[in-house]
Design a protein. Structure first.
Lengths: 240, 275
């Protein structure tokens, strides 16, 4: 997938679906066409660059229903969607950026790490920061060894720690969910690779960041509640 | 359909200022745009400073007729002061807000009604119901020269629901608005009646609006279901076509203000999926 010269061409079926997205002249038509193309790609069809681009463009049309379908389709495309998403970020449309960050978060490709860090620390749109926080918790790096993953996990953790006092409750909620996923990944990796002191130190940091959100100092009850649930799921490295 | 904290963030919002700076800006009266921002800031930051409430009350009393030529309308400061007072939770300001509820400016009446609702001001119930008593042909009729209604019906109705006194008189005054031409008013009335009576039929009314073809109507129903915290709405909220941000606000309401089934675990899992 994605190697120059070997990109899959759109099949006849896909080409028709792409045309339907591009020529949709109403919100309902766009929703139907986007959902049909997304379903086609989710069913295992090889994603062509044209199909990916058509879905990326749907993210900018201020049509939440169509955007939800497009994000699902892009996540199904996996790594083939990463470069087109990164290359087509719209600096002036935070709705579109939120959907793109959400798609990248769902794909979990490490090429999105830098974008997710920037989005969480500096984006003005709470929906963008929220999607980024969730995504930082679920970066997948199956091809890397535990040692190679460590710096990636560490960067994600540092970004999440720094966002724990975000002014928007929904971002803090997403930070808690991100810390939970990251903590579970760290706990799993510690198990598979034997004792890794650095990994335990990172897990301990994730737990401490969650503790801060689990007390009355966190003024939004739903965030506090979510942090308590997250802590209950994570193993405590202090215990044998 | 009050969007919590979404209330008018003036240009320059997010500009970091200190509490002392906000109080100083509100205290001066030469530059109203500075007062406008300061009033918003004190509410947004839930200021606990002892001078915040007295200064906001002074700003609320500082009213004059609309003069669009003057840039920031004078009443804009009073409106933001009313909104901020609603967030600061000081019951001593109810008398000032009740006075604002009699103002000629319907925008200020709207802000005052919302603030009284947020404060749960039981002594405001007679004044709020009085404003609505003329019903669809009076309070609910459109103004001649604007898309607004004679009274800020949505805010008045929602305030009565938030305050929570389910007297026969209150129910009787709200009921006709469930048949208002404007669906946002119907949504507000169903929300208030669901809060006041806990009768399932009003929840079903909101679920019907959640399937409406217009996004604006679905958004209103979402916010209203969240404000009540009506948990049977979980699946319809997930399924409706609207922004995840609004669904998350609504689901937060179901977690924090609701009870019964579906339980908190299912609600939190649904929220996680929407991030």
């Amino acid at each position: 997938m994605g190697t120059p010269g070997t990109e899959p061409l759109p099949t006849d079926a896909a080409a028709g679906l792409i045309r339907a997205v591009e020529s949709a002249d109403s919100a309902v038509a766009l929703l139907g066409a986007s959902a049909a193309l997304a379903r086609h790609l989710s069913s295992g069809a090889a994603p062509s660059p044209e199909a990916v681009l058509a879905l990326v463009q749907v993210l900018g049309f201020n049509n939440p229903g169509a955007a939800v379908a497009a994000v699902d389709g892009l996540i199904a495309c996996g790594e083939a969607a990463v470069e087109p998403l990164l290359a087509n970020l719209d600096a002036h449309n935070y709705g579109a950026r939120a959907w793109a960050v959400r798609a990248l978060a769902g794909i979990g490709d490490v090429r999105g790490l830098e974008l997710l860090e920037q989005a969480l620390s500096a984006d003005i749109g709470p929906s963008v920061r929220r999607a980024a926080a969730r995504g930082l918790g679920q970066l997948r790096c199956p091809a890397l060894s535990a040692e190679e993953r460590r710096p990636i996990r560490q960067r994600a953790l540092t970004a999440l720690e720094a966002a724990g006092e975000d002014g928007e409750w929904v971002v803090r909620y997403a930070v808690v969910v991100g810390l939970e996923s990251l903590g579970l990944a760290l706990a799993g990796e510690a198990g598979e690779d034997g004792p890794l002191p650095d990994g335990r130190a990172l897990l301990d940091r994730a737990r401490r960041a969650l503790l801060l959100r689990s007390t009355a100092a966190e003024l939004t009850p739903v965030v506090q509640l979510r942090a308590v649930r997250a802590l209950a799921l994570l193993p405590d490295p202090a215990e044998p | 359909m009050a969007f919590d904290d979404s209330g008018p963030s003036p240009s320059g919002a997010g500009e970091p200022i200190s509490e002392a700076e906000a109080l100083a800006r509100l205290r001066q009266t030469d530059d109203q745009s500075l007062q406008y921002y300061a009033a918003w800031w004190l509410g947004r930051m839930r200021s606990r400073h002892p001078e915040a409430v007295p200064l906001l009350c002074a700003a609320l009393r500082q009213r004059q007729p609309r003069d669009p030529a003057a840039g920031v309308e004078h009443n804009a400061v009073a409106r933001n002061a009313a909104r901020a007072l609603g967030k600061l939770g000081d019951a001593g300001v109810v008398t000032d807000l009740l006075a604002a509820l009699d103002d000629d400016d319907d925008g200020l009446r709207e802000a005052a009604a919302r603030a009284l609702g947020e404060l749960g001001a039981e002594q405001a119930v007679p004044a709020l119901t009085a404003r609505l008593r003329s019903g669809l042909a009076g309070a609910g009729a459109p103004q001649a020269d604007s898309p607004r209604l004679q009274e800020p019906c949505e805010a008045l109705i929602e305030a009565l629901g938030d305050i929570g006194i389910a007297s026969p008189d209150v129910l009787e005054v709200i009921q006709p608005f469930t048949g208002h031409d404007r669906l946002l008013i119907r949504s507000a009335a169903a929300r208030a009646l669901l809060q006041l009576t806990a009768e399932r039929c009003w929840g079903e009314t909101l679920l019907g609006l959640l399937e409406h073809p217009q996004l604006q109507v679905r958004r209103a129903a979402l916010m209203d279901l969240g404000a009540v915290g009506w948990r049977p709405a979980l699946e319809p909220i997930r399924a409706t076509l609207a922004e995840n941000s609004l669904k998350l606000i609504a689901l937060r309401g179901l977690v924090e203000d609701g009870e019964g089934e579906p339980g908190v675990d299912a609600l939190l899992a649904a929220m996680d999926d929407l991030l």
